[in-house]
Design a protein around this ligand. Structure first.
Ligand code: AMP
Ligand code: MG
Length: 359
C-alpha cells in the first residue's frame, strides 16, 4: 500500500513479514525516514550516524533543531561505540531495564553527529522492547535516531494510523506493528554526571530505579524548565503533547474534581463551546452535556497511559473547543501521565473543596 509516497507495511507476523522489515531497514541505511512501533509510542527513525539523514527528521516533524533525539539500539554492545565511556552503573541499568522504556543520557563519542544531540556533549540511548523495532535496527545495520513520529507539539502517536494522520507524504515509510502497549514515552535518566537525575518521567518509575541505583532526583519543576534558557533536557522547554483544543487540567481529590468539572461544563456551554472531558472511570458517568472519554480508574495509571494520546487525538476529531482533563495521583506511572497532561495543559486548576466558586 502506498499513501502519498509513504510506503506502508503491516506486520502481522514478525517472521512471515520479515521482508518488509528488511526493506524498511534498507531505506534507513540509505538515509531515509521510517516510522516504526515501539512499546512506548511510534518513533520516526533515521540513521543516527548520518547527520544529513537526521536533519530530515526535524524537517518532517517541524521539530526545533536544538531538541536532541534518542538513539535506539538493538543490543547493549552497540552503546559502546556511541558513548565515550559506559560506567558500571550504566551497564547495571541496561542489564536491569533493557529492553524497555528507560533512556540513558551518557557522554557521547565522536561518532555521534551534532544533529542528533542538539550540539550537546551527551547522547541519549535506549533499547526498545518491541520485536519490530529491534529487527528494524538490526536490518538497518546502524543505530537509529528516533523521536516520536508526530508533528512537533501534537500528541504522540500510539498507532500507525496516528502516524499517517500527521506524517503521510512527509516520510518514506511506516511499519504498522499494532498499538503501542505502554502509551507514554520512556523515562529519560541522566547519568552523565555524578548524581542520576530523571529529566523526563516515563515508563520506568523512580520506585523501580531506586532499588537498583539508590536515590534519584527529578529535574527542576516544569515552569522553571519552560523559562530556563538552558535546561538539562532541551526538549522539556517546549509545549508538548497538546491537542488542538485547549486543555484545562484539574488536580485534586476525585470528588472535588467532579464538582469542578460539572461547573466548568456548564460555564463553557454558556459560552457556546463544545466540551470534552477526559474522565476517570469513577466520575465519567456524572457528566452531562459533554463528550466524555474515560481513561479508566484513577488507581490504574498503566491503563490511563495506554489510552491517553489516542483520547487527546479523538477529542480533536470530535471537534471539541476545550478539554477538561481529570488529574490522577502522581505516583508510579501516574507521574508520567500527569507530566504529559501538565505539558499539554494551557491551564492547571487545583480543585479544592473550599474553592468551588472561586474560578
Ligand atoms: P522525544 O524524542 O520527542 O520523545 O524526546 C526525547 C527527549 O529526550 C527530549 O525531552 C530530549 O530533550 C531528551 N534528550 C535527548 N537527548 C538528550 C541529551 N543528550 N541530554 C538530555 N536530554 C536529552
Ligand atoms: Mg516527542
Amino acid at each position: 500500500m502506498q499513501k502519498n509516497n509513504t510506503r506502508y507495511w503491516k506486520i502481522d507476523d514478525i517472521h512471515r513479514d520479515n521482508q518488509a522489515i528488511k526493506e524498511a531497514g534498507a531505506i534507513i541505511a540509505r538515509g531515509g525516514l521510517v516510522a516504526f512501533p515501539t512499546e512506548t509510542v511510534y518513533g520516526l527513525g533515521a540513521n543516527a550516524l548520518d547527520g544529513k539523514a537526521v536533519k530530515k527528521i526535524f524537517k518532517a516533524k517541524g521539530r526545533p533543531s536544538d531538541n536532541p533525539l534518542i538513539v535506539h539500539v538493538a543490543g547493549i554492545d552497540e552503546v559502546k561505540k556511541l558513548s565515550a565511556g559506559c560506567s558500571p552503573r550504566a551497564l547495571k541499568l541496561m542489564h536491569t531495564f533493557w529492553p524497555g522504556p528507560l533512556t540513558l543520557v551518557l557522554p557521547k563519542s565522536r561518532l555521534v553527529p551534532p544533529e542528533v544531540t542538539g550540539g550537546l556533549n551527551t547522547v541519549a540511548v535506549r533499547m526498545p522492547d518491541h520485536p519490530v523495532a529491534r529487527q528494524l535496527i538490526a536490518a538497518a545495520g546502524v543505530p537509529v535516531a528516533a523521536p516520536s513520529a508526530n508533528l512537533s507539539g501534537s500528541p504522540s502517536p500510539t498507532t500507525a494510523r496516528h502516524v499517517l494522520e500527521d506524517l503521510a507524504g512527509r516520510v518514506d515509510g511506516v511499519l504498522d506493528g499494532g498499538p503501542s502497549n505502554l502509551g507514554v514515552e520512556s523515562t529519560v535518566l541522566d547519568i552523565s554526571t555524578g548524581e542520576p537525575v530523571i529529566l523526563r518521567p516515563g515508563g520506568i518509575t523512580a520506585e523501580q530505579l531506586i532499588p537498583v541505583i539508590g536515590q534519584v532526583k527529578y529535574a527542576a519543576a516544569l515552569e522553571k524548565d519552560r523559562q530556563n534558557i538552558k535546561p538539562r533536557s532541551p526538549g522539556l522547554k517546549y509545549k508538548h503533547y497538546a491537542p488542538k483544543a485547549g486543555v484545562v487540567l484539574l488536580e485534586g481529590r476525585a470528588e472535588d474534581i467532579a464538582r469542578h468539572t460539572e461547573e466548568l461544563i456548564k460555564r463553557y456551554q454558556g459560552e457556546n463551546k463544545k466540551v470534552g472531558v477526559l474522565a476517570s472511570a469513577e466520575n465519567a458517568r456524572r457528566y452531562r452535556g459533554a463528550e466524555v472519554l474515560s481513561y479508566g480508574s484513577r488507581g490504574n495509571p498503566a491503563a490511563a497511559a495506554a489510552v491517553l494520546y489516542a483520547a487527546l487525538r479523538r477529542f480533536d476529531m470530535l471537534g471539541v473547543d476545550v478539554i477538561i482533563a481529570e488529574g490522577m495521583p502522581d505516583t508510579g506511572l501516574g507521574r508520567a501521565v500527569m507530566d504529559r497532561l501538565r505539558r499539554a495543559a494551557g491551564k492547571i486548576v487545583k480543585a479544592a473543596a473550599a474553592e468551588t466558586d472561586t474560578f
